[in-house]
Design a protein around this ligand. Sequence first.
Ligand code: IMP
Length: 188
Amino acid sequence: MAIRKKTAAVPGESVRVLLSRSRIQKRIAALAREIRADFQDEPLHLVGVLKGAVFFLADLARYLPGKVSMDFIAVSSYANGTKTSGQVRLTKDLDTSIEGRNVLLVEDILDTGLTLQYLVRVLDQRRPKRLRVAVLLDKPERREVPVSADYTGFKIPNEFVVGYGLDYAERYRNLPDVSVLTLHGKGK
Ligand code: IMP
């Protein structure tokens, strides 16, 4: 696969496409059909996890017919690198209550599972009518805690990915595809 040299703004880093934008769009359209079928014509409240899930949520919302509202939450789990600290902390709470609502938590990637485990616990305590989880990407090999998503876009191998909202030190979120990031000579 072609190396997208133009996007590797920083020397010593390169990216190669893993999931093309068209593949991502097709998969999200199918996920939206599945989600809508499960919730029938009930209102759906999407809760996106900032910032990585922004692109996924925006596309998913556009494929979902019927009543859809949205809110955002933010946690810190990674500092400025590819390794998790193991600590999850809420850095931005929701704007509105989710009590009695059909909530779909929308996350970019399921890695160790620590972030999702924390968020599901926090949101569940707020007594939503139903709480379901959608993730664009899942790295099952990396799981440290037993959590899973109800809707998964793609299972991917244990590699660090960027693009379509996912970052490395806040870079590459704007790439339209999901790409594997390689750090040359820096290790990971
Ligand atoms: P977990 O708590 O280990 O499951 O990690 C979830 C969070 O880690 C995601 O929301 C991402 O912000 C970040 N993350 C995990 N893997 C990657 C990756 O390959 N690229 C970019 N961010 C990642």
